[in-house]
Design a protein around this ligand. Structure first.
Ligand code: 13P
Length: 249
């Protein structure tokens, strides 16, 4: 089963209007060279600006979080329906920075993924172990538990992407070995095969995230069960983001 590779940029809490516009325009201009799907996820304030800069290109637009409810008294939150209305096709849910900074549980992430699906968005569900959990030999169990708790039962490979981001590899310049990444992705595919069936497991895209750079992208993107990358820091430099995309097999 062939899965189209996806290179996604998570800009996190970075960028004012002028920077976001310029970065998106450069990504759009270089996107025709990429042999894979491209996605950029700017901060909420830049969704309109970035959407306009990407118009006419094949680069998709996504957000970094959504609330589980459609609307209501949730000051400061943004619903999946609002994101869809603003032009997004994707939303990241359950990023480890939100799990840590906002105490998001698997149950919360599950509700957000369901909200994304309700609004017609593709949910990019993030999972990943801490360094202490890996050192304790619990990485696979932690990730399987997060998938079990966060992935809606009626998720499809068309409306869901799962990103493996070991917490200790985010923004640190450290990455697991290629063998460890492949082993985890293979384990994730087996986990979702057990819960969601073989067709889902064969078709769902599993991204790797955590210090992906142009220099390590070829090795990581060449792994059998890695279907793309969720890129943080390097996605803020158009040249680097596009260089990562050129490493898609
Ligand atoms: P870095 O690429 O900066 O390590 O961030 C990864 C990440 O958290 C993407 O969501």
């Amino acid at each position: 089963m062939s899965r189209t590779m996806l290179i996604a940029g998570n800009w996190k809490m970075n960028g004012l209007t002028a920077d976001g516009k310029a970065l998106a325009a450069l990504v759009a201009a270089g996107s025709s060279e990429a042999g894979c799907d491209l996605l950029v996820c700017p901060p909420a304030t830049l969704i309109g600006t970035v959407g306009a800069a990407l118009a006419g290109s094949s680069v998709s637009l996504g957000a970094q979080d959504c609330h589980g409810a459609e609307s209501g008294a949730h000051t400061g939150d943004v619903s999946a329906e609002m994101l869809a209305d603003a032009g997004c096709g994707f939303v990241i849910v359950g990023h480890s920075e939100r799990r840590a900074d906002h105490g998001e549980s698997d149950e919360t992430v599950h509700a957000k993924a369901q909200a994304a699906h309700r609004a017609g968005l593709i949910a990019v569900i993030c999972v990943g172990e801490t360094e202490a959990e890996r050192d304790a030999g619990q990485a696979e169990a932690v990730v399987a538990g997060q998938i079990g708790g966060s992935l809606p039962q009626n998720a499809t490979a068309a409306n869901t992407v799962i990103a493996y981001e070991p917490v200790w590899a985010i923004g640190t310049g450290r990455t697991p070995t290629a063998e460890d990444v492949q082993a985890m992705h293979s384990h994730m595919r087996a986990t979702v095969a057990a819960s969601h069936g073989g067709d889902f497991a064969g078709q769902v895209r599993l991204l790797y995230g955590g210090s992906v750079k142009p220099g390590n992208a070829a090795e990581l993107m060449g792994l059998a069960d890695v279907d793309g990358a969720l890129v943080g820091g390097a996605s803020l430099v158009a040249e680097d983001f596009l260089a990562i995309a050129t490493h898609c097999p």
